[in-house]
Design a protein. Structure first.
Length: 238
């Protein structure tokens, strides 16, 4: 059975217009035409069944038939903070974190970070988030935010119950990951890792040091594993 295609829109109304990239993809790549069905997503967690009414030069007019709350969204909020990575590794981490149900993603610069961020890269990461959300049938694409410093990134997690800092030089974990419950904020360093001062800063802000074992994992491995562990233990992979 062909998958009904999913598109993000600013606002889902009785009559909704598909514009921009979403319009181009629908019209030029998927060749959607009048009468075709599609699913619209407005980021509220709802899915809207819709039908194409009219295809114009710059927009596709769709009528909404019915809506429902997506059952694909996690109930336990998980926020991933990742140091900016080289090449397209940050995109890989964003894609996997979205598939694992993460609610928010923050990319930060820190002392040993050798990759830089700019508006184009951030826009690209948010596009990767949208595409990954559509692929895994989520109704929400986690927003990717850039934090120019580790402190700002860590302080953005104040409302998270479990604040967990993956530290490559932590002898052991300050808390057990086996008994996690409630929202989780996960911090993972870039290829260069963290400094002792950054580890102390994280503790000061209320993060627990977490060891992910005796081997040194690549940053992207650590980020994906950490999200997987948090999602599994909090029941989001059932
Ligand atoms: N530059 C560091 C070194 O050579 O020791 C390695 C940093 S590692 C590539 C990137 C990040 O992954 C670390 O900052 C940490 O957040 C996480 N990480 C990797 N291995 C880990 C481990 N065994 N325990 C906890 N965190 C780990």
């Amino acid at each position: 059975m062909a998958t009904i295609r999913r598109f993000f829109v600013e606002k889902a109304e009785e009559e909704t217009r598909l514009t921009g990239d979403e319009y181009s993809h629908a019209k030029n790549v998927l060749r959607l035409k009048e009468g075709d069905e599609l699913i619209l997503l407005d980021g509220s967690g709802k899915e809207y069944d819709a039908i194409v009414r009219k295809v114009d030069k710059k927009e596709m007019v769709c009528s909404i038939l019915r809506s429902r709350l997506s059952e694909k969204e996690s109930k336990t909020p998980i926020k991933l903070l990742i140091g900016a990575l080289k090449g397209d590794k940050t995109e890989l981490v964003v894609q996997k974190a979205v598939e694992l149900g993460v609610a928010e993603i923050g990319v930060f610069s820190s002392r040993f970070c050798s990759a830089y961020m700019n508006d184009n890269k951030l826009e690209r990461l948010n596009k990767v988030s949208k595409e990954a959300a559509k692929q895994c049938l989520r109704a929400v694409a986690p927003k990717v935010t850039y934090y120019p410093s580790l402190r700002e990134a860590l302080e953005s997690c104040k409302e998270y119950k479990n604040k967990l800092f993956a530290c490559e030089f932590a002898e052991k974990s300050d808390v057990s990951l086996h008994t996690l419950s409630g929202s989780c904020a996960l911090a993972v360093g870039s290829e260069g890792g963290f400094s002792q001062e950054e580890f102390l800063l994280a503790k000061e802000i209320g993060f627990a040091g977490i060891s992910l074992g005796k081997r040194i994992l690549r940053a992207e491995t650590a980020a994906i594993v950490f999200c997987g562990i948090a999602a599994f233990v909090t029941g989001e992979l059932e």
